[in-house]
Ligand binder design. Structure first.
Ligand SMILES: [Zn+2]
Length: 273
């Protein structure tokens, strides 16, 4: 069962940067106790440490705050696999056409759905799974403040999405993607308890803002190779000059290029078998 290997609970282990930050805070406390006049310099060091942690949370592909999937595993790369991930749906105006395009190309994709959107369109969310794709956790509300949340709010937000998506599709998500890929150091410790692994991407086209299909295709396929995780959007998709959701123009061309390159699109779960 593909999902089992990724669903195994892992104990939370701090990344080297987080462990180092804990040590630094402890050392600073000891130092200020021994030499109180040093406090301004020590405070500056701690402020710089927090600045570094913040910057790492604002870099979606950063591995410094904890495990973050940005490419498929070695075995999947050896099999010539690639993953198409589609965020922010389900969207009744776009998702059905995306599903038809994927069917036409015989391709399975990973949909990072927003819990609240799934509640609005449960039938569509179920259809994604019924047509052979997987639905993963993209938070319940996709709030702009996600990267400012604390541990309790992260847990509530992600558990709500887990419960919503599981009850609608019958499948428990095993991957989570932070809204816009933005997070903070307090997210990683809550993920093991929810059975979730953070998954970002190798490359994205910025298709919520860019409506030029040629430019998007170039961004998504520059250096395309086995193991890549590509990010597109069915929810919040930019519209072309002709008013069409840009994913519907880009996706067929992208799937053709992937096939021409001899690569095989799979879901994230399948890649992690
Ligand atoms: Zn999103």
């Amino acid at each position: 069962m593909p999902a089992e290997s990724v669903r195994q609970a892992r104990p939370w282990r701090p990344s080297p940067l987080i462990a180092g930050s804990f040590l630094l805070h402890g050392a600073a406390l000891v130092a200020v106790a021994l030499h109180p006049p040093w406090w301004p310099q020590l405070l500056l060091v701690l402020v710089l440490n927090h600045l570094l942690l913040t910057v790492c949370g604002l870099v979606p592909r950063s591995h410094w705050l904890g495990p973050n999937i940005t490419r498929l595993p070695r075995a999947a790369r050896a099999r010539g696999e690639i993953a198409i991930t589609i965020d922010d749906g389900p969207d009744p105006a776009v998702t059905p056409a995306v599903l038809d395009l994927l069917d036409r190309h015989g391709v399975r994709a990973t949909f990072f759905c927003i819990g609240a959107q799934a509640q609005r369109h449960p039938g569509l969310c179920r259809e994604i799974v019924q047509r052979g794709h997987t639905v993963e956790n993209h938070s319940q509300h996709h709030g702009r403040n996600f990267s400012f949340l604390g541990p309790r709010a992260f847990r509530r937000e992600l558990r709500q999405a887990q419960d919503t998506l599981t009850s609608i599709t019958g499948q428990k998500p095993v991957f989570v993607r932070a809204p816009a890929g933005l997070r903070n150091p307090l997210l990683d410790p809550v993920l093991p308890g929810l059975g979730l692994q953070l998954a970002s991407w190798t490359r994205r086209g910025f298709d919520t803002r860019t409506n030029d299909p040629d430019l998007l295709l170039r961004r998504l396929t520059r250096g395309l190779r086995a193991g890549d995780i590509l990010l597109l959007h069915d929810g919040n998709s930019a519209r072309t000059a002709a008013g069409e959701p840009v994913i519907l123009v880009v996706l067929p061309r992208l799937l053709d290029q992937i096939a021409e390159a001899g690569l095989r699109p799979v879901t994230l779960r399948e890649a992690h078998t």
